[in-house]
Design a protein around this ligand. Structure first.
Ligand code: RAM
Length: 918
């Protein structure tokens, strides 16, 4: 009896707390190494099976050792119990954080439903915060070697660096800090450090250079050790040097900065640095690596054991001490690029004797890993393409002059497994020549290479076209993340064009956690700004395009806004506000005439042209006036600036922007609005949609303007898309918000030209650069571009799935859940990982019943609108919704009953009879 009683007490004592904590993040990264934020922001997620959970207080403890943390000694910071509902991005406010500091932390929260236990411990470490911390020297060789070619189609071999060293007593911690330009792989005693690929994030290296930090305690041993690195070109040694010098930015030959710091248990320290005592060679197996042209690997030139102790490097060279690249050394604060998925080939067919075509079944970016067994010196050539010609051979016309070819020379010892490491390709098909024997699908594996961003979303509907387009978008998005968002992964371009991501970045955030990637890209954009204030169209400005327009550079502001709303990250707005303001003043001073922005460059880029072979429309009924676009975007930019100014408490600025906006609005309407026809300029969808959606159109004219859009869409364009990169950014939301979700749904599900469905039904497994991607001139026709997605993904999630961030409730502290329920759509199953936790939204129509399962994360609330003529017609979990815990009826909003819901899961049912669900 006594035993039983004790057991009960013990088990009660151990009863799970009503709330649990998970996903502790520092600067929104999991246990990051070597950060350089001196007030890092800490976040956590609260889990609970209860409803209505709100955090009321937290306590954070940060300690210098795991033992101190376990004992609850916050020698770095103890926030004590702090009354606050904030659970994301809490500024660290403890002891100053010095270079190299290891920080162990945990958190506990109090909520409306009880308190949590202490979270599991999490970690971060500080990097090298001051330039004086760097004792290492930049090493390299400022020239090509005999077998290299420094010309338009550069061929530069990889450079191998090594150094042996002795380590003394017992090692407590070993940390490697490295910058390897353009790409590197790092080894300690023969082990590769980390699973990142294509490392060294691309920046304008004259402005900033990102270092990486690795804990190598497990790899360093007492006694003799070897540290080694191999360097590839990446973007540092550009793909097209000595060619169009005004356009292509060149940085120089690859170089290395490496510092290995050993801390011993006895308190002493030892530092190994890159310097003239290292050895280097370029006469190794990677004979050439060029992101456009491919990698050549000669396995007969392998340097067996080069990265281990005892290798004979007598014939290696002494590296030169070379100048630094010029940029500030900063920590990489975003996810690494990795091989995140693998694909098995669908088929391999013999095209002609000795030439095989492999179909990966999916267009993607990365490379193939090959298994091969052959005679020493056999050369296997792999060439990559997105599509095939009619005769089954590769279609390469749209790759322009990119050679996209990997060559492997066989070592001749058993089965060899190889893939390139310093290049990637955008492809679905691979031609294989020179393969000894007959290649089988088991001999190859597709390795999908992109920034290792966690997936945030899941989205599935009853409509196959929407599902296929979503699939295509998913593959398009991931293919074009390469440490920066690029336009395409295959041809001789792959540039971080701003305009492609204007609104797209918001849709992408529903699919991937792209916060750190985009926050870091904003720094690239800022660094690319000229002293006068101009922002380029491509940043980092690897291509020199300072054409001055509103639409491409405007992405700078749109992304800062996205990061704030989607992630609750205020820092980009704070940090970039001055540069944004400077850009707008520069544009105004240089190009505004009577409140009209006269400078545009790209128009409504890539509208469906009048003939299928064209890239750009010439027909003036299809194109939209550049001044109209520029002025509308100027107005939109000022709308964002007003908000940013208010958030930053810059009331004078806000006033100034408001006054300026009013003048622009008047000038815009006076110049472009035709009172008679009640439409703007030449009446394109884009010309009407921009002023309408941006609130430039006076209230009394809005209806007529919208009707004109609908008329144009349904008559001239016969229910088809008629917009390019600009109009499509607002189209789906515009049609839906102004009352024609059925038309938006039609555009989303069309399968004839032009439409996303047309692409999917004509072989696309990603999104094309052009609506007519299957027929247009190949000189600008990528099969894997995502700019034409516009606001489609945003519409999928915000409208169909009903997952939208609340106004002024950034980071989804409040979720707005108001589904668009098109007549032809029977179900949507979606989820989205917000910074606070997972939102779920799964609805289905069953005859006349609407069933909706939703989950709202703890510490969040939602405004949920359920189709019903009155709240009485809504049930939750079998009871009247009005009478359920966690729900409060707010108002009847047209055909929707709106409730405020606390966190938790709900099962709603309502009756659709008599409701318009289009
Ligand atoms: C092409 C690409 C890119 C676009 C620019 C304007 O080079 O298609 O995506 O942004 O043009």
């Amino acid at each position: 009896m006594l035993i039983l009683a004790c057991m009960i007490i013990v088990s009660q004592g151990m009863a799970a707390a009503p709330v649990q904590l998970q996903n502790l993040r520092c600067e929104m990264l999991n246990n990051p190494q070597g950060i350089d934020a001196v007030h890092p922001r800490l976040s956590w997620q609260i889990m609970s099976s209860e409803r209505n959970v709100l955090q009321t207080a937290y306590q954070i403890i940060v300690s210098s050792t795991p033992e101190k943390l376990a004992a609850g000694q916050g020698d770095l910071w103890d926030s004590h119990k702090t009354q606050s509902g904030e659970s994301i991005m809490i500024d660290y406010a403890g002891q100053p954080l010095l270079s190299r500091k290891a920080c162990y932390w945990k958190v506990k929260v109090w909520t409306t439903t009880g308190e949590s236990d202490w979270s599991k411990p999490a970690y971060w470490s500080m990097g090298l915060l001051h330039s004086a911390d760097w004792k290492a020297k930049w090493i390299g060789a400022e020239h090509g070697f005999a077998w290299d070619s420094v010309s338009k189609f550069s061929r530069l071999s990889a450079r191998y660096y090594r150094k042996e060293f002795q380590s003394g007593s017992t090692i407590k911690r070993a940390t490697a800090y490295i910058i390897g330009l353009g790409h590197y792989q790092l080894y300690v005693n023969g082990s590769q450090i980390g699973d990142q690929v294509l490392a060294e994030m691309p920046t304008d290296y004259t402005k900033s250079v990102q270092y990486n930090t690795f804990d190598v305690t497990a790899q360093v041993k007492k006694g003799n050790n070897a540290i080694a690195a191999v360097l590839g070109n990446g973007r540092y040694f550009t793909m097209r040097p000595k060619y169009k010098p005004k356009k292509v930015k060149e940085f120089g030959f690859p170089k290395l900065l490496l510092q290995l710091e050993l801390e011993y248990t006895n308190g002493t320290k030892q530092i190994i640095t890159s310097d003239a005592s290292w050895k280097m060679t370029a006469d190794g197996p990677i004979r050439s690596n060029n992101e456009y042209d491919g990698e050549e690997y000669n396995a007969t030139k392998e340097l067996a054991g080069w990265n281990k102790v005892g290798y004979n490097d007598r014939n290696w060279l002494k590296p030169e001490i070379v100048p630094a690249p010029g940029g500030e050394l900063v920590a990489q604060m975003s996810e690494y690029i990795k091989v995140n998925q693998t694909l098995k080939p669908k088929s391999i067919t013999e095209l002609k004797p000795g030439t095989y075509i492999m179909d990966m079944g999916q267009n993607f970016s990365g490379w193939v890993q090959m298994k091969v067994k052959g005679k020493r010196g056999n050369k296997v050539t792999l060439k990559y393409a997105e599509t095939l010609q009619k005769d089954g051979s590769l279609y390469i016309a749209n790759l322009r002059d990119a050679k996209v070819t990997d060559v492997y020379t066989v070592r001749g010892q058993g089965t060899e497994v190889w893939h390139p490491i310093f290049v990637f390709h955008g492809f679905r098909y691979v031609s294989i020549t020179g393969y000894p024997g007959k290649p089988g699908t088991d001999d190859f594996e597709g390795q999908v290479v992109y920034d290792a961003l966690p997936n945030t979303g899941h989205f599935e509907t009853s409509n196959d076209i929407i599902n296929q387009v979503y699939h295509n978008a998913y593959w398009g998005i991931l293919s074009n993340y390469k440490g920066m968002p690029v336009d395409c992964p295959q041809r001789n371009e792959r540039m971080p064009w701003l305009g492609d991501r204007a609104t797209g970045s918001l849709g992408e955030s529903f699919v991937f956690d792209n916060e750190k990637l985009y926050a870091s890209w904003l720094n690239d954009i800022e660094q690319a700004q000229t002293a006068e204030g101009s922002i380029p169209d491509v940043a980092p400005a690897y291509w020199n395009y300072y054409s001055d327009n509103m639409t491409w550079p405007g992405t700078y502001l749109l992304i800062a806004d996205m990061l704030y709303k989607q992630y609750g990250d205020m820092k980009p707005i704070e940090e970039h506000y001055p540069s944004m303001k400077k850009w707008l003043s520069y544009m105004q001073a240089k190009y505004a005439k009577n409140y009209i922005m006269t400078k545009d460059k790209y128009g409504d880029w890539c509208v469906p042209p009048e003939s299928l072979e064209l890239i750009h429309a010439k027909d003036s009924n299809r194109t939209t006036n550049g001044e109209l676009i520029a002025t509308a975007y100027w107005y939109r930019m000022l709308f964002l600036m007003k908000r940013f100014a208010k958030l930053l408490n810059k009331q004078d600025d806000a006033k100034e922007f408001t006054a300026l906006s009013a003048k622009i609005r008047d000038a815009f309407n006076a110049k472009f609005f035709n009172k008679q026809t009640q439409q703007y300029d030449n009446g394109t969808v884009t010309a009407n949609l921009l002023p309408l959606y941006f609130d430039i159109t006076p209230e009394p004219d809005r209806k007529a303007v919208f009707n004109n859009i609908v008329k144009r869409e349904t008559t001239t364009d016969q229910g088809h898309i008629a917009t390019g990169v600009i109009g499509t950014q607002w189209l789906m939301r515009g049609l839906t918000e102004y009352g024609r979700p059925d038309l938006a749904y039609q555009l989303a599900t069309n399968t004839d030209y032009p439409s996303w469905g047309y692409m999917a039904q004509h072989g696309a497994t990603t999104i094309w650069e052009l609506w007519n991607g299957d027929t247009a001139n190949p000189s600008m026709n990528s099969g894997n571009h995502i700019m034409l997605l516009g606001d489609l993904i945003t519409w999928y999630y915000q409208n169909l799935a009903a997952i939208k961030v609340g106004i002024d409730k950034p980071g989804f502290k409040q979720v707005i859940m108001k589904p668009t329920i098109p007549a032809g759509l029977n179900f949507v199953k979606a989820s989205y990982q917000t910074p606070y936790g997972l939102v779920k939204s799964e609805w289905e129509k069953k005859s006349n019943q609407f069933n909706w399962h939703i989950t709202i994360p703890a510490n969040c609330t939602a405004l949920v609108s359920i189709p019903a003529t009155s709240a009485d017609g809504v049930s939750e979990g079998g009871k009247k919704a009005n009478a359920t815990t966690g729900l409060k009826f707010i108002k009847q909003d047209g055909q929707m009953a709106m409730f405020e819901a606390g966190s938790g899961s709900y099962d709603f049912k309502s009756d659709l009879t008599g409701l318009e669900t289009k």
